[in-house]
Design a protein. Structure first.
Length: 84
């Protein structure tokens, strides 16, 4: 993962976390991951500000929604496509 750029590392980590800890919600069945941006940043070797920037980008594309301490993955394939 160290050789991937930041958006790819973030996307890959979100997909991994959704596989391990995600849960489907009742509304439109997105997968939710409960994690703060600081926690997420520390796992991928980035700053919280950089993670926020790319989460907002992913959000603008409709791939995720972001709420305090929660990230809902709406388009898993789009995130996976960021990695490859």
């Amino acid at each position: 993962m160290a050789f991937l750029n930041l958006p790819a590392r973030l996307a890959k980590k979100l997909v991994q976390l959704s596989d391990l800890y995600g849960r489907e919600t009742a509304h439109a069945a997105p997968v939710e991951v409960r994690l703060t941006q600081e926690e997420l940043a520390s796992t991928i070797g980035a700053t919280r500000e950089s993670v926020n920037k790319y989460l907002q980008y992913f959000k603008s594309k409709g791939w995720v929604t972001v709420q305090k301490g929660r990230i809902a993955i709406l388009d898993r394939k789009a995130l996976q496509d960021q990695v490859y």
